[in-house]
Design a protein around this ligand. Sequence first.
Ligand code: PXL
Length: 257
Amino acid sequence: MVKVLTIAGSDSSGGAGIQADIKTIFALKAYPITVICALTAQSSMGVDSILEVPPDFVVAQMESVISDMSPQAAKTGMLLNAGVLVAVATALGRYRLPLLVVDPVMLSSTGRVLLESDGIAVMREQLLPLATVVTPNLHEAEVLSGQEVSNVEEMVAAARRIKEFGPANVIITGGHLKDGCVDIVYTGKEVYQLGGPRIESEHTHGSGCVFSSALAVFLAMGNSVVKGAEMARDFTRRAISKGLSVGKRPGAVQPQI
Ligand code: PXL
């Protein structure tokens, strides 16, 4: 069975973070392994508070599972700050898993900071060089590239800039574009555009987490980055179309086949 490690934060509301990753990996018939880097106390109303897991204990979790279980792929999500990020990047550099998807989570859907500003440079310099794929959304692509990213042309330019930090591939997800929703896949040689009509739903909490963990599964199952991106995109679109309200404010995507 394909085993996929998620290194991310817990979302107590169950819609994003580690919980979204577990549901996605399980729905795709792979085995989820989890390393928790931070806890959030949150609901559909927003993030109330955040607790850091001490970096040494993040590494302890990684050491426990990686050498014993040998996951074929890993993904990273919410890493909170430079201390956790350095610890995760150093351990990943030591273990060198075959496939690594970096979802450079920076903000919650309600705008709460999930990666403190001291983490951005470490993300660029220590984690991106290890990535098979990095999957920023428009805002994360702006922060990583230092350029404005609000249309497809600017997405392509930002993908080329982000590639210079060392990831093998860059996928910029365009769910927040004003017209349509185009994802850009840049392999270092070719640029692919995956387009399609927007799915009208307000229940989109967790969509980035679902996309990056589905991509990790599809890569671990032997698909190319472009094919894996298409499959993860289809899976995420289905999860958005099945999204539902689970609290007082807009709800979460439902990862399922
Ligand atoms: O969707 C990004 C995200 C990732 N990880 C955790 C989150 C969120 C958004 O709220 O809470 C733990």
